[in-house]
Design a protein around this ligand. Sequence first.
Ligand SMILES: *[C@@H]1O[C@H](CO)[C@@H](O)[C@H](O)[C@H]1NC(C)=O
Ligand SMILES: *[C@@H]1O[C@H](CO)[C@@H](O)[C@H](O)[C@H]1NC(C)=O
Ligand SMILES: *[C@@H]1O[C@H](CO)[C@@H](O)[C@H](O)[C@H]1NC(C)=O
Ligand SMILES: *[C@@H]1O[C@H](CO)[C@@H](O)[C@H](O)[C@H]1NC(C)=O
Length: 425
Amino acid sequence: MPVRFLTLHSVVRCLMVVLTVMVTNIVEPVDGKVNISGQQKQEIEFRLKQLNKQALNSIESSNGEIIDCISIAKQPAFDHPMLKNHTIQMTRSSYPHEVLAEENNAPAPSNDEEQPENIVHPWQLVGECPGNTIPIKRITKEDLLRVDDIMNYGKKLNISRPHQFYQPTDTSVDNGHEYAITYVNGGPYRGTKAQINVWKPRIEAGESSISQIWIVGGKFGPGLNTIEAGSHVNPTLYGDDNPPFFIYWTKDNYQNTGCYNLICPGFVQINKRLTPGYLLTPISTYNGSQFKFTVQIWKDPKTGNWWLQLNEQELIGYWPKELFTNLADEGASTIEWGGEVVNTKKDGQHTTTEMGSGHFPSEGFGKASSFALIKIIDMNNGIIDPVGVQTLVSRPTCYDIKTGYDKLYEVFFYYGGPGRNPECL
Ligand SMILES: *[C@@H]1O[C@H](CO)[C@@H](O)[C@H](O)[C@H]1NC(C)=O
Ligand SMILES: *[C@@H]1O[C@H](CO)[C@@H](O)[C@H](O)[C@H]1NC(C)=O
Ligand SMILES: *[C@@H]1O[C@H](CO)[C@@H](O)[C@H](O)[C@H]1NC(C)=O
Ligand SMILES: *[C@@H]1O[C@H](CO)[C@@H](O)[C@H](O)[C@H]1NC(C)=O
């Protein structure tokens, strides 16, 4: 079946109200249901002023979300002390090239497998911010009130870490992270590319379910650098249980640096239509239509910046090399792909938080979630199949993974599961 694009322009025009007001004071009065003191109120307003840059104009969607169009030169990234003298790179200097694989004898995919369709990005349909501006989702007081410490909004707080933090043999350090991932560990790598199936896993309160790529620089330890991207369900961050596209970075093993999307300074966005944190839609249905998005992250050979591109044509922006230590001048040492959940074991039982579609890999296409067309970008800027792929599964009775290769999906895997079930208590 050919790739199908939905033509929803007109629908979205009706759904979206474009406000072309000059926004002079983007801080709303803090009041409402929550009883907060005058001092907290001041702190929140101050924090919102730090986080939300002056908008040239704003777009309000029917669901109340507000998008601010921010001057590209005044975006949050440039608050980062290491980016004070940074010259913005408006486009990639080169592009990785496909390296044709040798003819292989893998069986053709079976006929009952329908080719996934491309997802539609609400942002592409909504329109564009004016020239030299970028859209950024406005942070609200409600967002800040969901975290205990407003300075921690957007930070990681035990949500997602590379798999080495999980110690299957040492129950005393069980930090609740469970993984079903594949990885390669023989860098340096200049990047990766993969197609990720869009699902909306159900989660229990206070938990999180993630499908992502990790680009890891250096050794697992205090100086660990990561670049991360994928989809997650994270109500603390967004206030709902829908799955957006997210990005993340850290240069000190999640201690003091890094956060999601553009919430703290780091990632430089150049795209006028897509901003990290946008909702992935439509969502795949069990035994029905499948949707996917493609993520490509690679190190620019000229500048050393790490570019992010979605769906073959959407260059979103980059993580400047100045943010990093290990990932500044070298390639990545490890790349991981797959799912992670945080299981708080609230009642001493395993959570029912789902990973992927909530179905086990053994159910296969259209039922289990998948990563497909998984590629490595090598130090020659070639896009190649990963070799020496390993898997890591914390508890296969809760969430599992199954790797494969065929002509349509090339290197792929199914992953996920329902969490608590008679075999996973
Ligand atoms: C809000 O808090 C103040 C003091 O902390 C208290 O006197 C007041 O009754 C509270 N208001 C509501 C609506 O809970
Ligand atoms: C930026 O440039 C100034 C002047 O050359 C220099 O003093 C400063 O250290 C530079 N900052 C960074 C982060 O490179
Ligand atoms: C993160 O995990 C550590 C170790 O399990 C724990 O001590 C700490 O309180 C957790 N932090 C948060 C914010 O949940
Ligand atoms: C999946 O869909 C097919 C065709 O619509 C149907 O025959 C089959 O019973 C469905 N399987 C499940 C597990 O729902």
